[in-house]
Every structure is written in C-alpha cells, then in structure tokens.
Design a protein around this ligand. Structure first.
Ligand SMILES: *Cc1c(COP(=O)(O)O)cnc(C)c1O
Length: 470
C-alpha cells in the first residue's frame, strides 16, 4: 500500500472516532437499531471487487452506528462496564497499528517489557505479593481459567500426580468449593478444566451475597485434599466482597493437615479487587493477599478498552503457573531475556494482542492517586444514587452500598419491571434488571471513570419519572 492510502484511511477513522466521543453526551445510551436491522443493512453477496479502504470505513460506520450502545458514556450503568481512559484508548489504537504478535520477548521486546512493568504496577496498586507471576488475557473469565488451571495441576501434583503429563486420568478427586453467589463464568472455567458443575461443593451466602466463612469452615473440616476454594471479591449485584480473613483462616486450618500445595485458595475479583487500591475500601478486601491466585479485569473498573483481564498467581506457585501454561516442555528452564519473560509461557494463547500498552497507559495516566480517586468517585456516585432514590416513596435499596453497585426495588415485582422498561424507553441512562433473592430489582453499576454528579442526577430523575408513572 502507498503511504497516502494510510493517511486517508486513518484520517477517516480519526474523524469517526472524534464524532463518536463528541456525541457520547447527547447520544441515547441504548442502541437505536437491533441486530436484525443492522444485519438487514449489511446483507448482500460477498463483494466481487475490492473497495477503497476509506469507503469501507465510511460504509461500516454508516451501517453500524445506530446499533452501537454508548457503553463508554458516563450514564451507562448496565452489568459492570467501564469506559476508556483517553491514553488507554489511544494506546490501544497504536497497539493495532503496531500489530505486534506479543507472544515472545524475542519477537516483540517492547510489548513484553511494557507488560512486565504494567503487571508489576498492578501488584503494587493492589498490594499483592510483588513477585507474583501474572498474565494478561481477554478478561476475568480467562484469568479465572488460567489461575484455576495452575491450581488444579498444583493440588493434584502435591499428591504425586502429574496433570501436565497424564491429565486427570488416575488422579485423586479434586474437591472444588465455590460460593453460592459466584459469577457464572467460574462454572465455565471449571467446566473447561474438567470439573463438572454437579460436583462443585457450594457454600451458602449471607444476605449480601458473601460466602459464609463459618459454613466454609464446616465444609472444609469434612474434606480431604486436594481441594480448591474459589472466593469472590465483588458480587455483581451487591458489590459485596467475601470475608477474606476468616475464609483464609478456614483454608489455613485445612492446609495444616494437608500435604504442602494440596489446597489452593483462588479469588475472582473481576472488579472488586480494585477495592484494594483505595484507603476507603481497602478494609473490605483485607486478607485477600493470603490467597494463592487472583483474577481481575482492567477493562471493567480500571477503564481500559476491551479487552484486558489479569491473572495473578502467588510467588510460591510460579512454577505451577508456568508449567500449566508453558508451550515449551515444562522441564525446560524458564526462558527470559534479561529477566523479561516471554508471555507465551504464562498465558493460554500463542498469538496474542499486546494488551500491556493500554494497561500501562491507563496506570500512567491515573497514577496511584488517580486509581484511588477512580474507585472513590464510583463508590461515591453509587451512594449518591442510593441516597437520592431512598428518599422516594415505595423505593427501597436492597443492598448495603459498600462499593459501586446498587440494587433498587420500586414497590413490587411488576412495577419494578415496568420501571426498568420505562427507564430504558426514556434512554437517559442504561440499567439492567435482575432478580435478587427472589425479588425483581434494578441493578446500577457505577464503573465509568467519567460518571459525575450530573449524570447521576439526570439518571435519578429519569428513574423517578418512570416510578411515578402508573
Ligand atoms: C465480569 C465478571 C467476570 C467475567 O469477567 P470478563 O471480563 O467478562 O471475562 C467474572 N467474575 C466477576 C465477579 C465479574 O464481575
């Protein structure tokens, strides 16, 4: 391609990008077209002839624009979805432009180095063991999978079986303990790793969705190793974190009567792990550092663009992590270039995106203080929602708003459902509906770095309008 072609197509992309960001404040948060409408617009035979790249981009934008959801908007409160910090979005553009296949230090030295720095900073901000090993993957789903693969191989290995060599054939049964309120992706990770859903041992949760440590202790007292325990930091409905100190105590009691390495405590902290980054919320996550592995996301609360998940594994299990993921024979020595490791031996992929650039940029842009502010602001905005809504007649807040999630009920089930529907029709903000402990509720997740008081107040007003309509 000629140089002038690059300029033309990148310019078009830049113009569309600028228009997108400029329009975010006024654009309805919901998509205006459903996928059927978008597909109807696209449907035609495979083009026979080439199309100039700028035209391709213009046509693509024209076809899809109405089917885009304003997820980076400050008034998007559905699921747990972050926006994109400016430097992270720009670094992500450059990641695409540079097109590094970030598997090996030899092939892409800069990507490997940046990734190593970003992981080290992440450990520091989350106050986890500084020499923990890490991996950047697509999301918390895959981060859970990486951690639990290392866990599986380690706990079975502690009893003399080599999973890398023989799989689970001939291995003792691994008891997998999960909380009643775990995220559904944990089940899929376990399924992929050969643990059937019906064999999971489920610990009941309290009214906020936290694993009950007393019930865990009781269950563990009747189990023999190997055992994997999956705790959670950040329930998607309530934001509550499992009580990690008593959980770690219960796990330690099992460890003392088990062979070394035969018990593993994992934490799914997709967004809640970031509570560690603020002095105001750190206490909620006390004891988390005692776990063997942690999964989290950068694309949720840290506001990097999709996708970026982070798997972190305690220093004691460095070899378990590498052996579970290495593409080279596990008996070969760890390969690194001047102490910088090749990501391909620590992640489940070979060819992979250089996610470290955007993560590094986000952490640079925010700094320690900015990450703390981000966490604090989102929590403050969640409390603002709860305080304003709680003043309305027949509105109740169903959870203790300890983090960035709010569960709201508007009178009865039918009316709550109606309010969620009307708020959607109103298009001021995006919320999800859910069922919490048998009752209908609206879920509000404040995870965007740009959400401010005006966003919250306009959204509350839309909710009250929907609530007052009978
Ligand atoms: C979102 C979430 C996941 C899955 O994360 P992805 O980034 O979507 O893969 C897992 N656990 C919890 C608690 C979550 O909130």
């Amino acid at each position: 391609m000629r140089r002038t072609d690059w300029q033309a197509v990148l310019k078009r992309a830049e113009q569309h990008a600028e228009r997108w960001f400029a329009g975010l404040a006024d654009r309805p948060v919901y998509a205006r077209s459903d996928s059927r409408e978008v597909l109807d617009r696209l449907e035609r035979p495979v083009p026979e002839e080439p199309t100039p790249p700028e035209r391709v981009i213009d046509d693509l934008v024209a076809a899809v624009d109405s089917g885009l959801t304003a997820m980076p908007s400050g008034r998007f409160f559905g699921w747990v979805i972050g926006g994109g910090l400016p430097s992270a979005v720009a670094a992500d553009w450059l990641t695409t432009v540079w097109d590094q296949n970030a598997g090996s230090t030899e092939g892409t030295p800069a990507a490997a180095a940046v990734e190593q720095m970003a992981l080290a900073w992440t450990l520091e901000l989350l106050d986890l063991p500084r020499t923990a090993s890490g991996a950047l993957v697509t999301g918390a789903q895959m981060a859970n999978t990486v951690c639990l693969a290392a866990a599986r191989n380690r706990v079975v290995g502690a009893l003399g079986c080599d999973v890398e060599a023989h799989g689970l054939f001939g291995a003792p049964e691994v008891h997998v303990v999960v909380g009643e309120e775990r995220h559904q992706t944990v089940d899929r990770s376990l399924r992929l790793l050969g643990f059937g859903e019906r064999r999971l041992r489920v610990v009941p949760a309290d009214e906020q969705g936290r694993m009950r440590a007393d019930a865990l202790g009781e269950l563990l007292s009747g189990l023999e190793p190997p055992v994997i325990i999956c705790a959670q930091a950040g329930n998607v409905s309530t934001g509550a974190l499992d009580p990690m100190a008593p959980i770690a105590d219960a796990v330690d009691r099992l460890r003392t009567r088990s062979p070394a390495g035969a018990v593993w405590l994992h934490v799914d902290g997709a967004f809640g792990l970031w509570a560690r980054a603020s002095a105001r919320t750190r206490e909620l996550a006390a004891g988390i550092e005692r776990a063997d592995s942690w999964a989290t996301d950068a694309h949720k609360w840290l506001n990097t663009p999709y996708d970026c998940g982070i798997a972190l594994i305690a220093p004691a299990h460095r070899e378990a992590h590498r052996h579970a993921m290495a593409i080279r024979a596990a008996y070969l020595p760890e390969e690194s270039d001047h102490g910088i490791r090749s990501p391909l031996d620590w992640t489940p992929e070979l060819s992979r995106r250089a996610r470290g650039f955007a993560l590094y940029a986000a952490l640079c842009e925010l700094g320690r203080r900015g990450v703390e502010d981000l966490v604090d602001r989102c929590c403050a905005m969640a409390r603002r929602f709860a305080e304003q809504l709680a003043r309305e007649p027949r509105v109740s807040i169903l959870n203790d708003v300890v983090l960035n999630q709010v569960l709201v009920r508007f009178g009865d089930d039918a009316h709550t459902r109606d309010v969620v529907r009307r708020v959607r029709d109103d298009r001021t903000c995006f919320v999800s509906g859910t069922v919490w402990h048998g009752v209908e509720a609206m879920r509000i997740s404040v995870s965007n770095a740009f959400t401010d008081e005006a966003d919250v107040d306009a959204s509350v007003a839309a909710m009250i309008r929907a609530h007052s309509t009978r």
